[in-house]
Design a protein. Structure first.
Length: 186
């Protein structure tokens, strides 16, 4: 039979000292579970009520016994530190904004290409999802403009666009005459 959990130093007044933290649903859930343990309920009963595992309730009780009310607070985890220094991140940002190297077969950066470039240049081994997270953090989105060939002629393309609509209109008129069989309405 499992050992009954005991809360060593329970004081309702301490809970009031949490103040603004009590508005956080995660903190309130922990308080409910601890009150149930204090009222001689099992960890399994408390876990079912607050929607966590009994192991989680046991960890909350252990932390509460060791640290008191401060253990109830939920602090966001900051995550791992960046593998690049701020100076290196600026170099990556500039490289992405300038486009891939001239000897690259690609007209825009791809995740894998940038991943290899960062590893070769700075020795930082990012996963592919880590590369996309880094790009997002640096202010880039995954929306990429349609690539343009460096030797393309903008003026010729614009001229083609203007004339293409005339060709489509005249082709539609010829098709309409052909379907009408040369008859005129009326």
């Amino acid at each position: 039979m499992p050992k009954r959990l005991v809360i060593v130093d329970w004081n309702e007044g301490q809970l009031e000292a949490l103040g603004e933290w009590r508005k956080d649903a995660r903190v309130e859930r922990r308080i409910i579970a601890l009150r149930m343990i204090h009222d001689a309920r099992t960890a399994l009963d408390a876990a079912k009520i607050v929607g966590v595992s009994d192991r989680t309730v046991r960890e909350w009780v252990k932390a509460f016994n060791a640290e008191g009310c401060s253990s109830l607070r939920y602090d966001r985890h900051k995550g791992a530190e960046s593998m690049l220094t701020p100076l290196q991140e600026e170099a990556v940002k500039k490289a992405v904004a300038d486009g891939p190297p001239k000897d690259s077969p690609f007209s825009v950066w791809r995740g894998r290409t940038l991943q290899d470039w960062i590893k070769d240049r700075f020795g930082a081994d990012y996963s592919l999802s880590g590369i996309y997270f880094l790009l997002h953090r640096l202010g880039f989105s995954s929306l990429v403009p349609r690539p343009r060939h460096p030797e393309s002629d903008e003026q010729a393309q614009e001229e083609f666009k203007k004339n293409a609509s005339r060709r489509v209109d005249s082709a539609a008129a010829r098709a309409a005459r052909a379907n009408a069989g040369g008859l005129v309405p009326g």
